[in-house]
Design a binder for this molecule. Structure first.
Ligand code: 5GP
Ligand code: MN
Length: 351
């Protein structure tokens, strides 16, 4: 499915990659996860090896468990270093936008990027991209991760020989995270071939897994226990579950960016549950995450009820209502979607 009508294919810039030294900015969605930061840093190391002057700018801070990534210490946090980031953005000739489909996902950087006159490129795997903002791009919702797309970009541009252990670590992290460690249906044969190739180039995959999943502090595991015991409701009649996290829990367990990552998947381990919602009472908004199994479309669900979107089986959204109000809306939405939620599973794969 080609989702682009007015954007030129990203392959048109392959010929420009090794011509002249360019000032390049790479950015990704706010609160970058392993796929967003991994794809940005994988592309960063690749373009640096080609001789370009590259800066990665994140719209916000990121999870502590991603700080091991090679180059993470050089990433500018737009919220924390706005003047420096603005200066780099004004100078940029190319800007790569990774792992998001709509500029508002870059928060306060959105209007800044919109105002830049440089060449803007999108590499992303979310549904329904806002194509008007980009001159070049590739949008493939069938792809496991943006890291897989950056890998394809490097290989198809003819520079696969530049992929070293550093690039392999960054790209592997995102593919591992977005495929749920290679278990979701998006884990195609091409994903496994890519991993085999990264292994050939020196990747120590177990280290990446440990960096990402065995790198939390004790408080986070205690928090998980508390939340699963006290904050999860299961609605068997809808094959769904909801986790509601009040601000007091975040304060009590000293929860930081990234500590809630993965929590939304736990209800799906209950027999029969195929839709999980997680809502967290953040300062500025109530932040939603949705995950599903099988034929329930969380992208449409998040768009319709929670001003969000994402992928078919994984999406997010937001609300300015109170925690109780937005949780009530979720329950109402379950009623309105009862047919889709009660259909027999497994029906068919989505891709
Ligand atoms: P997560 O639950 O991990 O925050 O997000 C799941 C997926 O949905 C990610 O791919 C993420 O980029 C996307 N997503 C999360 N929140 C939003 C949102 O508010 N709007 C849109 N369009 N996508 C979102
Ligand atoms: Mn992604």
């Amino acid at each position: 499915r080609c989702r682009f009508y007015r954007v030129k294919p990203i392959s048109e810039i392959y010929g420009e990659l090794d011509k002249q030294r360019r000032k390049v900015v790479i950015t990704m969605h706010q609160k970058p996860d392993a796929d967003a930061l991994g794809s940005a840093l994988g592309l960063y190391h690749f373009l640096v090896r080609l001789g370009h002057e590259v800066t990665v700018i994140s719209p916000t801070n990121w999870a502590r468990f991603l700080s091991w990534m090679p180059g993470a210490d050089r990433v500018l946090d737009f919220e924390g270093m706005q003047d420096k980031a603005m200066a780099v953005l004004q100078e940029a000739e190319w800007i790569f936008c990774l792992d998001f489909n709509i500029l508002s996902r870059t928060k306060r950087m959105g209007p800044v990027i919109e105002g830049l006159a440089c060449t803007k490129m999108l590499i992303d795997h979310h549904e329904e991209p806002q194509e008007a903002q980009f001159q070049y791009g590739i949008s493939l919702p069938s792809k496991s991760s943006t890291c897989e797309m950056v890998y394809d970009f490097i290989i198809h541009s003819g520079h696969g020989d530049l992929i070293n252990e550093t690039i392999a670590e960054c790209l592997y992290a995102g593919v591992m995270a977005d495929t749920g460690s290679f278990r979701f249906p998006v884990t195609t044969a091409a994903v496994h071939r890519m991993v085999a190739d990264l292994k050939d180039r020196g990747l120590k995959h177990w280290l990446v897994h440990e960096y990402v999943y065995d790198n939390f502090l004790e408080n986070r595991l205690r928090f998980m226990g508390h939340v699963l015991l006290n904050r999860m409701e299961v609605f068997y009649e809808y094959n769904a579950a909801l986790i509601t996290i009040p601000k007091s829990d975040l304060l009590r367990f000293e929860i930081q960016t990234g500590d809630t990552e993965g929590l939304v998947n736990y209800p799906l381990s209950i027999q029969g549950i195929r839709l999980a919602g997680l809502v967290i009472d953040r300062d500025e908004e109530r932040k939603w995450s949705f995950r599903s199994k099988g034929d329930f479309d969380t992208n449409t669900f998040a768009r319709r009820y929670f001003s969000g979107g994402g992928h078919f089986n994984a999406s997010g959204g937001r609300s300015t209502d109170s925690l109780a109000q937005t949780a009530a809306l979720f329950k109402k939405a379950l009623q309105e979607n009862i047919e889709a939620l009660q259909t027999e599973y497994p029906l068919s794969l989505n891709n």
